[in-house]
Design a protein around this ligand. Structure first.
Ligand SMILES: *Cc1c(COP(=O)(O)O)cnc(C)c1O
Length: 402
């Protein structure tokens, strides 16, 4: 059985659990506390609040069920689910660093993560250096005697740049530092960072893992060595827990994760390849395309691709927004990972001083041919009626520059 086939069985199969009366779907334990007949029983349970059920800020059977599934999928020993991806990310970071420590982070990491590291943590005396994470040399050069954490997000979620996971983890180990990797894009279906030496994996569950755009959540996964202290401090003291209701919803979504990811992979590649042939597209940023500069690295550390990618264009933001407005299937919105396709158009603003526009697309589970036809028709409308584009640009206050 291949690793991919195994994932199908992990999400579909449960060992029979007598405690749930044979319920095939894990019940939602909508309770804040668990009570005992005697003080002796309570005291015994309290000896290990993370394994026993005492209070739902620490451990709840519905949330625990999801945590065990996610730990298995990431091949970690323990997972803890949080109220959001950011709650998981900030808890994971705080569990590793202390006052006076130094962090190195890829400069394309998720915006709020960069703000947490680069701005917020400064008030606790933690310094962060941001590097172009695509080069291992940059990570090495940034190392200081007090470097305690290398923070990775591979691929990144706007420009889809990879980091060499195995070598970054090895570098951290050689200097006595730890690594955290945000695996929201690839999911455990396509990438297993713990198997490549990463200390802790984090996810925004809000995206592919829940998969239905109906909840917000996060998870941290790792070995007992890192997870046990995190559970008794950052988890219990910050209290940003996932509710049993949300855990029930996420578990339902998780049942179809490998099937969804398989479809997202093929549809995403199909649309990315189509866009690569359009004359208004200068460059498609998708690590599964053979012309991605890190395509070979991608093949050594990922077993598949998901369906969030971007393209760069010399067309104006205003014209591309007029195009996006005309799309029938793509909604305009900030998140991704659900069933519905999404689009975002912004000015290209990267370190290479390039000008132009950046369009980020999320390919949902619709028929990719419908999506392609939709883009084609909308583009024809925008280019055939330039007056409309001009009016749009005047209203947007942006000059027409091709
Ligand atoms: C959305 C996102 C997060 C944050 O997750 P929330 O659930 O919104 O807190 C973190 N990392 C990446 C890559 C994301 O896309």
């Amino acid at each position: 059985m291949s690793a991919k086939e195994k994932i199908y069985s992990i999400v579909a199969h449960d060992a029979h659990d007598d405690r749930h009366h044979g319920a095939i779907s894990v019940p939602i334990y909508q309770t804040s506390l668990f009570s005992f007949d005697t003080y002796e029983q309570l005291n015994l349970a309290r000896l290990d609040e993370q394994e026993n059920f005492v209070y739902s800020r620490g451990n709840n059977p519905t949330v625990r069920y999801l945590e065990d599934k996610l730990a298995q999928l990431e091949q970690g020993e323990r997972a803890k689910c949080f109220a959001s991806g950011m709650a998981a990310i900030s808890a994971a970071i705080m569990s590793i660093v202390k006052q006076g420590d130094h962090v190195i982070c890829t400069h394309q990491a998720y915006g709020p993560t960069r703000e947490f590291l680069g701005v917020y943590l400064q008030k606790f005396g933690v310094e962060t250096t941001f590097v172009d994470g695509s080069s291992l040399e940059n990570w090495k050069r940034a190392v200081r005697p007090n470097t305690k954490l290398l923070y990775l997000e591979s691929p990144t979620s706007m420009m889809f740049q990879l980091q060499d996971i195995r070598n970054c983890a090895a570098l951290a180990q050689s200097i006595g530092a730890q690594t955290i990797l945000d695996n929201s894009w690839a999911t455990p279906c396509h990438q297993n960072p713990l198997m490549m030496g990463v200390s802790l994996v984090v996810h925004s569950i809000t995206k592919y893992i829940s998969g239905h755009s109906d909840c917000v959540g996060g998870v941290v996964v790792g070995s007992h060595r890192f997870m046990d202290p995190l559970m008794s401090t950052e988890y219990m003291l910050f209290g940003g827990i996932m509710t049993p209701q949300t855990a029930g919803l996420v578990t339902r979504g998780l049942r179809t994760l490998p099937m969804r990811m398989q479809r997202h992979e093929t549809s995403g590649l199909k649309v990315a390849e189509y866009l690569g042939r359009q004359n208004y597209v200068r460059k498609v940023n998708h690590p599964g395309l053979t012309n991605h500069p890190q395509y070979e690295l991608a093949r050594t550390q990922m077993s598949g691709y998901s369906s969030l990618f971007s393209f760069e264009s010399l067309e104006s933001v205003a014209k591309l927004r007029a195009w996006a407005d005309r799309l029938q299937y793509f909604r305009i919105g900030a998140s991704w990972g659900g069933f519905e396709s999404l689009i975002n158009v912004n000015a290209l603003n990267n370190n290479d001083q390039q000008t132009g526009s950046l369009v980020r697309l999320y390919i949902g589970s619709e028929d990719p041919d419908d999506l392609i036809r939709d883009m084609e028709e909308a583009w024809r409308c925008v280019t055939l009626s330039p007056s409309e584009g001009e009016i749009y640009e005047q209203n947007a206050g942006i000059s027409q520059d091709g």
